[in-house]
Ligand binder design. Structure first.
Ligand code: SF4
Length: 397
């Protein structure tokens, strides 16, 4: 296919595809799906080999958020039966992080619900970062605490944070449909603050909220412009008790097309499969490793993932290898400008998204575009997290 040859050539040169090319990837048919994966896989392997970076989420503070992000189980008015707890103490968070690191993770993502941190919260998280780094010198730490005020990114950086995650989630034009308590511009501002403070920026999206193909291309092009080091791609988990509970729009094939499009637009960036991986990719997860070079190990913020052992087996069975602590994630031209950790950032975090929005009437949607597959509700695959941080039970790592 000429389209795919062109996209591979551009990906290897780090050249931006046109919007039309990105839209065409989303519109490919199921018959062409393996060709799309093969093409995007060439770009992935060129920049990242067969390495898979593992990241581990620690939910420092869960639920009871005053913001109204429609996709989020922790939102204002959420009826989702999730764990609710206030700040973990530094030693508790460090203990939770240790489980993920023992399981092979090289990055720990410290996430807290809320609009943004107070200065006291930044102190707490700074103590937590120090506690984690005392135990694990080489670990990368990404903070995900919501909107940042002036000076907070600098303080987190000084405390040892390597990265900061804050997702754009969806296109600027539909942002107001999913959240009313803050704006798209607020989110862009926080990503810029993190970047300016010397933190590696992590910013991504949520697919499956009822958005159009144009919305998806818009947000990915906006991300390319912001130039984060890592882009988490969340697939909406439509939690019962949230406004988007009925938004089952994704098929495994659709998820692969979205990941391929992100890879072509952001060829040399750490593309991470984030929340919703097990729920929406299901048995096609191994194919997605040909597109993304990073995943979360174990559980998400408020939902459970597949067993950490199953993640490791899947990576090995698919012919990939877990990226070691001593390996630099990003290609040299990016690692040189990023600091410290050389690669950078989450899922679940950033939007605090485990999956995301859909009240906007986004026209053509997921699932049927480009092929016969139709999305079916799979509530049977959504399990609220009942173990790990905030509980007495061992984490899944
Ligand atoms: S995504 Fe973050 S800010 Fe929005 S409701 Fe959830 S926890 Fe609150």
């Amino acid at each position: 296919m000429d389209l795919l040859n062109t996209l591979v050539d551009k990906g290897l040169r780090r050249e931006l595809p046109t919007r039309e090319e990105a839209l065409a990837v989303l519109a490919t048919s199921d018959d062409d799906l393996l060709d799309v994966v093969t093409a995007a896989g060439k770009v992935r392997r060129h920049w990242f080999g067969r390495r898979v970076k593992l990241n581990y989420l620690v939910n420092l503070k869960s639920g009871l958020c005053p913001e109204d992000c429609s996709y989020c189980s922790q939102r204002l008015g959420s009826k989702a039966d999730i764990l609710k707890y206030t700040w973990l103490k530094p030693d508790e968070a460090s203990q939770a992080a240790a489980a993920g690191l023992a399981g092979g993770a090289k990055r720990v993502c410290l996430v807290a619900s809320g609009r943004g941190p107070t200065d006291r919260d930044v102190d707490r998280v700074s103590e937590t970062i120090k506690a984690i780094k005392e135990q694990n010198e080489d670990v990368e730490v990404c903070a995900c605490l919501g909107l940042l005020s002036d000076g907070q990114a600098e303080r987190l950086r000084a405390a040892g944070a390597d990265a900061y995650n804050h997702n754009l989630n969806t296109s600027e034009s539909t942002y107001g449909d999913i959240t009313t308590t803050h704006t798209y511009a607020d989110r862009v501002d926080t990503v810029r603050k993190a970047h300016a403070a010397g933190l590696s920026a992590c910013s991504g999206l949520i697919a499956g909220m009822g958005e159009s193909d144009e919305d998806l291309v818009d947000v990915v092009f906006s991300l390319r412009e912001l130039d984060p080091d890592s882009v988490p791609v969340n697939f909406l988990i439509p939690f019962e008790g949230t406004p988007l509970a009925k938004e089952w729009n994704l098929t495994p094939q659709r998820c692969l097309r979205i990941l391929a499009m992100v890879r072509f637009v952001c060829p040399d960036v750490e593309v991470r499969i984030a929340g919703g991986r097990e729920v929406h990719l299901r048995s096609l997860q191994p194919l997605a490793l040909h597109l993304a070079n990073s995943i979360f190990l174990g559980d998400y913020l408020t939902s459970e993932g597949q067993a950490g052992k199953a993640d490791l087996e899947m990576i090995a069975d698919a012919g990939f290898e877990v990226e070691g602590a001593g390996e630099v994630t990003l290609p040299a031209h990016r690692a040189d400008v990023a600091h410290g950790c050389g690669s950078h950032a989450e899922a679940g975090c950033g939007s605090h998204a485990e999956g995301g929005c859909g009240s906007h009437a986004g026209g053509g949607v997921c699932g049927t575009a480009g092929g016969p597959a139709v999305a079916e509700p799979r509530t049977d695959l959504v399990a609220v997290r009942r173990r790990g941080a905030g509980t007495d039970l061992a984490p899944n790592a």
